[in-house]
Design a protein around this ligand. Structure first.
Ligand code: N2P
Length: 396
């Protein structure tokens, strides 16, 4: 399958959503649990101190999603530039946004999803990029840059890191043995209580993110995915409460290892992460066969992007790192390690064919028709979302 990205419907949809929801001032959602540590070189809990005199330091502080970089990406950059990288991880846009809105994070590069970026730009959190310092910017896929311009007008503040979809990951044998005619391919696997009841004993996990579960639940219910109506949210709450008894936990990164080692058998998760689980299971030779699909009813597609906070102490080093990641071979190596697609057109020939040609990672035309972006909630609706999510998680 050609990797070229054609997304007329998605682009139109993003434009509509932004118009409908524009003016949503950034409001800090309540921070949820701290991000799980999986591959950071340092703890995420304490942000690096921002020092006013640090501008010329050979230091770079990065805050990125967990399980989202190749093993040698940072080491190669440090070796080549002499810049020492502090690399912390998170697994939630909500947590990242709360820190960014509080300010003075000390980070030089952060990686929010583009749908969150729109209101973060409005809140004045990021500095414009100096494209003249990014000669490899030309490698970026123009189709994806057009989509990102829907969130960041004129592509001034963000550069894509990786992208993907939200869907269903599962353990093939454990599902089959409990329900040979399981409705695989459908959201029924996640949202239909009588189906979930069959898999409770082998472990069901959901992402700990209302920004993932609410839009997908709205889609399942046949309601507008960008709805800001309290009555629609009430329907989502009722749906999620109906499956709540069967959920083992809500977490946005723990499920990777748990799927791999058989602790859970069914997840609402992110595309590449489920494939990481598949790879870990096969490396461990534990017999767990893990796979993923984008439900036919449609699901979320998202883009995670690098941005430089306004108060970044080492903005020059940040540009150096961004340009390094924009090299075709660096971008391809990251995708080859974590399975998530990148937005680097020049990297495509270097991406492993089994990743590039897998439609559950690089969605085909039919699947893309059914993908939709996340919306920027109004502050009022966002508060309602946060409270609703807490009630669901705490089962009250
Ligand atoms: C990182 C997954 C990030 C995907 N492992 C959601 N933005």
């Amino acid at each position: 399958m050609a990797r070229t990205f054609r997304n007329g419907p998605l682009l139109a949809c993003i434009a509509i959503l932004l118009t409908a929801c524009g003016g949503g001032e950034g409001s800090a959602p309540a921070p949820s649990e701290p991000a799980a540590q999986t591959e950071s070189t340092t703890a995420a809990a304490t942000a690096p101190a921002a020092s006013p005199a640090a501008g010329g330091e050979q230091v770079l502080n990065i805050y990125n999603w967990s399980d989202y970089i190749a093993e040698d990406t940072i080491a190669n950059f440090e070796k080549e530039t002499g810049i020492k990288v502090r690399y912390d991880v998170f697994d939630s846009n909500e947590v990242l946004e709360a820190k960014l809105l509080a300010g003075n994070t000390g980070y030089d590069i952060v990686v929010p999803s583009a749908s969150f970026v729109a209101r973060q730009i409005q809140a004045g959190i990021f500095q414009p990029l100096d494209i003249s310092k990014l000669p490899n910017y030309k490698n970026l896929d123009p189709e994806i840059m057009k989509i990102l311009a829907g969130y960041d007008l004129e592509n001034k503040h963000i550069v894509p890191w990786l992208w993907g979809t939200t869907g269903v990951g599962y353990n093939v044998a454990k599902i089959k043995e409990r329900m040979p005619d399981a409705p695989l391919g459908s959201w029924d696997m996640i949202f239909k209580p009588e189906i979930l009841s069959k898999f409770k004993d082998c472990g069901i996990a959901l992402l700990d993110a209302p920004s993932e579960s609410f839009p997908t639940a709205l889609r399942y219910l046949g309601l507008p995915t960008g709805s800001q109506k309290p009555e629609d949210l009430a329907q989502v709450e009722a749906l999620l409460m109906s499956i709540r008894p069967y959920i083992k936990y809500f977490h946005s990164s723990q499920y990777i290892n748990d799927l791999a080692n058989g602790e859970v058998c069914l997840v609402l998760g992110w595309s590449g992460d489920v494939f990481i689980a598949r790879d870990r299971a096969s490396e461990a030779k534990n017999g767990n066969e893990i796979t993923y699909y984008v439900p036919r009813e449609g699901s979320l597609m998202w883009f995670d992007t690098m941005a430089i906070p306004k108060d970044a102490p080492h903005a020059d080093n940040a540009h150096k790192f961004i340009d390094y990641v924009l090299r075709a071979e660096v971008a391809a190596a990251i995708t080859n390690y974590v399975n998530f697609p990148n937005a680097n057109a020049a990297a495509t020939p270097l991406v492993n064919a089994e990743i590039r040609n897998d439609p559950s990672l690089y969605p085909d035309a039919e699947t893309r028709q059914n993908l939709f972006p996340n919306v920027v909630n109004t502050p009022t609706f966002d508060r309602l979302v946060t409270r609703t999510w807490t009630r669901i998680k705490t089962n009250q």
